[in-house]
Design a protein around this ligand. Structure first.
Ligand code: CP
Length: 313
């Protein structure tokens, strides 16, 4: 069974980007592909873009959609095997996932990292619990360690706005008052490593991403040096991977400003904290791609859902 849980689940990226261009030009190109099938979207965490763009994508493919805010409306799930459930958990993932699989042909899951236990987060117990027990294809709508729908929209956007055959793309860490997961940064790095781009990651010491994500790519700790000659600057905060889930640095000098951006394009997955992560002048300026990038979330969800429908039929 094929799932869309990781950027590696894209078998042929250039073909997906080409199909993405076709879907952007003609959103109803595949309007009958999902006819008679049901997609269930389960949210363990908040969302604006993922929830609406995935629903929109499903409707454009002819799917029927059910949405549940599982985090606030579902039972507390148990994941451990052989446990005596006399505590705070009311339902085991084995039954919960299998039951959801009775109602839907495809299931989307959003379940963020807890940021307390790195091993548990990187084991992806919620996402992988549904993969294991639902019996239907699973769509990752941002898990503990990855956001492949976002990364696909990022790739579509860079592909659309590139001015050179091999643009320079920089992922730049930014300060944030709360500890955030590494999921968006992880998937962005994994996607850029597959694209024909000159890719640089810059962050303060202590924010190195997982070695398996970086794949030998060395970060640049000097943001100014990293930004030189950039065509696209993707800004994102993440908490420390090595000192797991902690905030080590809140230096406002890492915020993205119009001066630093120059004539590069600015990208961020949203939501974004103005004048903490990025200055107003960037978000409100002509080089910001945040809105077209959000629009591409619908295309990326169409591509992933179409793949699941076509390869699992
Ligand atoms: N970028 C993104 O996934 O947005 P939401 O968290 O609002 O879905």
């Amino acid at each position: 069974m094929n799932h869309y849980n990781h950027t590696d689940d894209i078998p042929d990226l250039p073909a997906w980007l080409e199909r993405g261009r076709q879907l952007a030009a003609n959103p109803r190109l595949l309007q009958d592909l999902g006819r008679g099938k049901t997609l269930c979207l389960l949210f363990f965490n908040s969302s604006l873009r993922t929830r609406l763009s995935t629903q929109k994508a499903a409707m454009l493919l002819g799917l029927e959609v059910m949405v549940m805010n599982f985090g606030s409306e579902g039972w507390n799930l148990e994941f451990a095997d052989g446990t005596r459930m006399d505590g705070g958990t009311a339902e085991h993932i084995k039954e919960a996932a299998a039951v959801v699989g009775q109602y839907a042909d495809l299931v989307g899951i959003r379940a963020f990292a807890g940021l307390k236990d790195r091993e548990a987060d990187y084991a992806e117990q919620v996402l992988n619990g549904f993969v294991r027990y639902a019996g239907v294809p699973i769509l990752n709508m941002e898990s503990a360690t990855g956001h492949p729908l976002q990364a696909l929209a990022d790739a579509l956007t860079i592909d659309t706005y590139r001015r050179t055959a091999r643009p320079k793309v920089v992922l730049s860490w930014a300060p944030h008052p709360r500890a955030l997961p590494q999921a968006v940064a992880n998937s962005f790095v994994q996607m850029m490593r597959r694209m024909d781009v000159d890719f640089t990651v810059t962050h303060p010491p202590g924010y190195d991403l997982a070695p398996g994500v970086m794949g030998g790519l060395q970060p640049v700790y000097d943001q100014k040096e990293a930004l030189q000659g950039a065509d696209f600057v993707y800004v994102k905060n993440w908490s420390s991977y090595t000192d797991y889930g902690t905030i080590l640095n809140q230096d406002p000098a890492w915020m993205m400003t119009a001066d630093k951006l120059g004539d590069a394009y600015f990208m961020h997955c949203l939501p974004v904290r103005r004048n903490v992560v990025v200055a107003d002048a960037v978000l409100d300026g002509p080089r910001s791609l945040v809105i077209p990038l959000a629009a591409n979330r619908t295309v990326s969800a169409q591509l992933a859902l179409a793949h699941l429908l076509e390869t699992n039929s």
